[in-house]
Design a binder for this molecule. Structure first.
Ligand code: IPE
Ligand code: IPE
Ligand code: MG
Length: 244
């Protein structure tokens, strides 16, 4: 792993828990439990490697459509993870943020999330950003509404709004765009994840199911990331000049 360029903002669509459980002949929730264990390892590992921001797709807006029992279990699992992991996260100097319509979460879950965010707020290492009750389209709608409100109040001039100004209305505008997006479980789609911030992300898809994902898979993704040439619309010559 020496001399590898580490993505400043890494994001993971952690998929395949249900299928993993099915293969084991277990209920879907067993896959979610194993998935949470993997989160513990991957968070620490990526923080040690020097990732600046790690966004984990934890629960999508569309996941609210799942059976009530499964949703309830996922909420409890999240609470358990945050409570059980707080000192480890602290030891690793990790800060916590959340992106999404968290006002839709059960009150108890909101309280646990808020407490964890507060407890870790002074840390200065990797930012662990949980995309929770998150939808890429909802984020853009929320941004547009907020902007429209300010425009109606005469506080901003619409003519002055360009890409960068609009980006300031996204959740956590201080966060950089996603450099590398990993999706597990063989699905090759975005599933409404960070539509704004993935505009120029490198995409890495693996067949490994999330509960089987490990640090070696991170190494593999980072090695592949280092082989990619990011052009951002420019020519190879311009990119070479930029890198000089
Ligand atoms: C990802 O695993 C976890 C969440 C979406 C919360 P899934 O539960 O989607 O697992 P599969 O895709 O059914 O295998
Ligand atoms: C995306 O996975 C959401 C999370 C990983 C939290 P899904 O399993 O919900 O995505 P689809 O439905 O297969 O596209
Ligand atoms: Mg899935």
């Amino acid at each position: 792993m020496q001399d590898l360029k580490i993505p400043e903002h890494l994001a993971i669509i952690m998929d395949g828990n249900g299928r993993w459980a099915k293969i084991q002949g277990k209920p879907r929730i067993a896959g979610h439990s194993k998935g949470a264990e993997v989160v513990r390892d991957i968070v620490k590992y990526t923080s040690r490697l020097g990732v600046g921001y790690l966004t984990l797709y934890t629960f999508s807006m569309e996941n609210w459509l799942r059976p009530k029992d499964e949703v309830g279990f996922l909420m409890e699992l999240l609470e358990e993870y945050l409570k059980g992991e707080i000192s480890e996260l602290n030891n690793n100097n990790i800060r916590l943020t959340v992106s999404g319509r968290t006002q839709l979460l059960p009150e108890k879950t909101q309280a646990v999330v808020n407490e964890a965010v507060e407890n870790l707020s002074k840390n200065t290492g990797m930012v662990l950003n949980l995309a929770l009750s998150y939808g890429g389209r909802s984020e853009i709608v929320d941004a547009a509404k907020q902007m429209a409100k300010l425009a109606l109040q005469g506080e901003i001039e619409l003519d002055k709004i360009e890409r960068d100004e609009f980006g300031q209305f996204m959740y956590h505008p201080e966060m950089p765009d996603i450099d590398l997006l990993i999706r597990t479980s063989g699905e090759i789609r975005i599933s409404n994840f960070m539509l704004w911030r993935c505009a120029y992300s490198e995409l890495f898809f693996t067949d490994v199911l999330w509960p089987d994902f490990g640090t070696a898979n991170i190494d593999e993704a980072f090695e592949e990331y280092n082989r990619r040439v990011r052009r951002f619309g420019m020519t190879d010559e311009q990119v070479a000049e930029d890198n000089e």
